[in-house]
Ligand binder design. Structure first.
Ligand code: NDP
Length: 335
C-alpha cells in the first residue's frame, strides 16, 4: 500500500467493545478507518451500514467471510469475537491476505497462539494484539521510568485488574468453552502486563492461588486469582484479578522511590503519581484510536509493532502456568 493511504479496517463481531469503543474511535483515526464489518446478526449489518455509510461489498457474515480476500478496500481484519473464535478468524483473515489485530486474550491456549502467529508469518501479514495500553501515555511513562531507572532498580510490582460481574450468568465470559477461563483470561492479562512493563522483564516463575466465594454464579470459570511472579533481576510481583470485586491499579517500588497508576488499566483517563511528588498528567485521547493508528503506522511506515502476536503468546504461557500452579496446589511453575 502507498504510505499516505488510510488503511481500511473490518471489525469482526459487533458486540459492546466494537460498538462503544472501536467504531467510535475509528471515526478519529489518522492512519486507518472503518471500512467494513463482519457480523452474524443481520439487523446489525443494516444499522451499522447506515450509521457508518459502509459500502455493501464490505459487509460480511461468518459464512462468507473468506471472500474478503478479494476485497481491496479491507487491509486489516480486527477480531473482536468471544475468545474461542479468535484463532479461527485470525487464521482465516491471514489466509485471506489481511493484516490482523486480535483481541485479548489471544486465544484459548498456547498452541492456538502459535497457530495464529505461524499463519500470519506464512501469509506475510502483520499481527498485532488489542493491547490498547501500549499506545497510552501514562503506560508509556511507566515504561520509560523503568527503562531509565528514574526510581532506581525495580524490586517490586503490585498490580490489580478486576471488576464485579453481576450480569447474566449464561454470558460467554462465564462459559469456559467460549472464554477459555474466567477473571484471569479476561482481566488478569492486564495485571500480568503491568507486572511485565512494571519490571521491564519477563517472569521466570509463577505461583498462584484461587479463591471462590460465589460458586453458584461462577459455575464454570475462575472468580478470583492471586499470583506471585519472579523475575531474572530478583524483582517480584504480586498480581490480583477477579470477577468478584473492583480493583484497578499498579504500584512499582524501586531502590530510589516508587510510582503508581490508579486507575491503571481502564479506558482512561488514567492517573498516576510518584514518590517525589509528581502528579502524572497527560491529555486524554481514545486509547483505541491511538492503538489502531499505531498498528496502521507499523504497516504503513514500519514503526514498531507495540503489541505483537508474540506478546499475546507470552501472556498465554503465563496464564497457563498460573492455572497449572493452582491445579498443583500453589506449586511454583518455572517458565
Ligand atoms: P460481546 O459479548 O459484547 O460481543 C461479542 C460479539 O461477538 C457478539 O455481539 C456477536 O457479534 C459475536 N459473536 C459471535 N458468536 C458469538 C457467540 N457464540 N456468543 C456471543 N457472541 C458471539 O463481547 P465484547 O465485545 O465485550 O468482547 C469481544 C472480545 O473483545 C473479547 O475477546 C474480549 O476479551 C475483547 N475485549 C477487549 C477489550 C479491551 O479493552 N481490549 C474490552 C472489551 C472486550 P455479532 O452479533 O456481530 O455476530
Amino acid at each position: 500500500c502507498t504510505p499516505d493511504k488510510k488503511l481500511g479496517i473490518a471489525l469482526v463481531g459487533l458486540g459492546s467493545y466494537s460498538t462503544y469503543q472501536l467504531a467510535p474511535a475509528l471515526q478519529d483515526t489518522k492512519n486507518c478507518y472503518l471500512a467494513g464489518i463482519v457480523t452474524g446478526t443481520p439487523s446489525k449489518a443494516i444499522s451499522w451500514a447506515k450509521k457508518y455509510s459502509l459500502a455493501e461489498h464490505c459487509i460480511y457474515n461468518y459464512e462468507n467471510f473468506d471472500t474478503i480476500k478479494d476485497n481491496k478496500d479491507i487491509d486489516i481484519v480486527y477480531v473482536v469475537l468471544p475468545n474461542a473464535m479468535h484463532a479461527d478468524f485470525c487464521i482465516r483473515a491471514a489466509k485471506a491476505g489481511k493484516h490482523v489485530i486480535c483481541e485479548k486474550p489471544m486465544a484459548m491456549n498456547v498452541a492456538e497462539c502459535e497457530q495464529i502467529i505461524s499463519a500470519c508469518k506464512k501469509a506475510n501479514v502483520k499481527l498485532g494484539m488489542g493491547y490498547r495500553l501500549h499506545s497510552e501515555p501514562y503506560t508509556q511513562q511507566v515504561q520509560e521510568f523503568v527503562k531509565k531507572k528514574t526510581y532506581g532498580d525495580v524490586t517490586f510490582v503490585s498490580a490489580e485488574a478486576a471488576y464485579r460481574s453481576t450480569g447474566n450468568p449464561d454470558q460467554w465470559r462465564l462459559n469456559r468453552e467460549l472464554s477459555g477461563g474466567g477473571a484471569l483470561v479476561n482481566m488478569g492479562v492486564y495485571a500480568i502486563q503491568s507486572a511485565i512493563y512494571g519490571t521491564g522483564e519477563n517472569p521466570i516463575s509463577v505461583a498462584a492461588q484461587e479463591f471462590s466465594t460465589r460458586p453458584e454464579y461462577f459455575k464454570d470459570t475462575d472468580e478470583t486469582i492471586t499470583a506471585q511472579l519472579n523475575f531474572p533481576s530478583g524483582a517480584i510481583a504480586n498480581i490480583t484479578t477477579s470477577h468478584n470485586f473492583s480493583a484497578n491499579s499498579m504500584y512499582v517500588a524501586g531502590t530510589n522511590g516508587w510510582f503508581k497508576l490508579q486507575p491503571a488499566n481502564n479506558y482512561g483517563p488514567l492517573s498516576g503519581s510518584t514518590s517525589d511528588g509528581k502528579i502524572l498528567d497527560f491529555p486524554h485521547e481514545s486509547q483505541q484510536k491511538l492503538q489502531m493508528d499505531d498498528f496502521a503506522s507499523h504497516i504503513l511506515h514500519g514503526s514498531t509493532n507495540l503489541a505483537p502476536g508474540e506478546m499475546g503468546k507470552r501472556d498465554m504461557i503465563i496464564v497457563s502456568a498460573i492455572y497449572e500452579s493452582i491445579a498443583k496446589g500453589g506449586k511454583t511453575i518455572r517458565l
